[in-house]
Ligand binder design. Structure first.
Ligand code: C5P
Length: 234
């Protein structure tokens, strides 16, 4: 590999409170298949040799992952929103040796079912791309718009709709600049990395992911995650 060839880093925002999950502690630390959920996520990334470092962004004062070993490291620089946690993590990566042209794969700590093969597929699809891209899934169900009274307002065309997942892979410097542009507005409308890149006029690549790569969000998601991990022999 040439000396200036872009490297791949991973950044896992892990500083949320997970209030929709109904758990006593943040959902990313809730036990699933015998381990805190995020440990499954980290295990998947640690199995991808092309990723040079995996930075986990936790809330200030959170010491739950202090025992991790290289290539995983922890930065207690989580922010008030997911976007702020990601921006702070990108700043940390830049300050600790990552270059602006290096790639970063941002992945929700709470998506513990991602597989090394899916991560590899995203890298394969994006590493020669000018913009980068994200794992996503074509919408399978019919899409309804709701009115304020809880009734259907409209049925929307679904043929061109995809559900955005993570990892999302972009150049570190470009992503940091794209997110920083929204900091003063509290990152309004920026719900993932791709939306920040899109706001700069770029068009990220959609790379087909898997329905199993869902984000553990609601109480019933834990049992499903546990069943899938169990079926894989975790
Ligand atoms: O809450 P949500 O499911 O959207 O969070 C997605 C990911 O972002 C989770 O892994 C969560 O820990 C992380 N997050 C964060 N900092 C926040 C809010 C969420 O790192 N302030």
């Amino acid at each position: 590999m040439p000396a200036d060839a872009p490297r791949c880093f991973a950044l896992l925002p892990c500083a949320g409170s997970g209030s929709r999950a109904g758990t006593a502690q943040p959902k990313q630390y809730h036990p699933v298949a015998g381990q805190p959920l995020v440990r499954h996520t980290l295990a998947a990334f640690a199995k991808v040799p092309r990723i040079a470092r995996v930075l986990v962004v936790v809330a200030p004062g959170d010491e739950r992952l202090d025992d991790v070993e290289a290539p995983i490291e922890v930065a207690p620089c989580g922010g008030a929103t997911r976007a702020e946690s990601v921006l702070n993590g990108l700043t940390h990566l830049r300050a600790s040796g990552a270059a602006a042209h290096d790639w970063v794969l941002v992945h929700d700590a709470a998506r513990c079912l991602v597989t090394p093969a899916q991560i590899e597929a995203l890298i394969d699809a994006c590493q020669a791309d000018a913009v980068g891209g994200l794992l996503a899934l074509p919408l399978a169900d019919t899409l309804k718009a709701a009115a304020a009274d809880g009734r259907v307002d409209a049925t929307l065309a679904r043929a061109d709709k995809w559900l955005a997942q993570t990892p999302q892979m972009f150049r570190l410097g470009a992503l940091r600049d794209a997110l920083a542009a929204h900091a003063a507005q509290g990152f309004a409308g920026i719900t993932d990395e791709a939306s920040a890149i899109e706001a700069t006029g770029q068009r990220p690549l959609l790379v087909r992911g898997s329905a199993q790569n869902f984000k553990v969000t609601y109480p019933e998601d834990f049992a499903l995650a546990e069943a899938i991990l169990g079926s894989r022999g975790a």
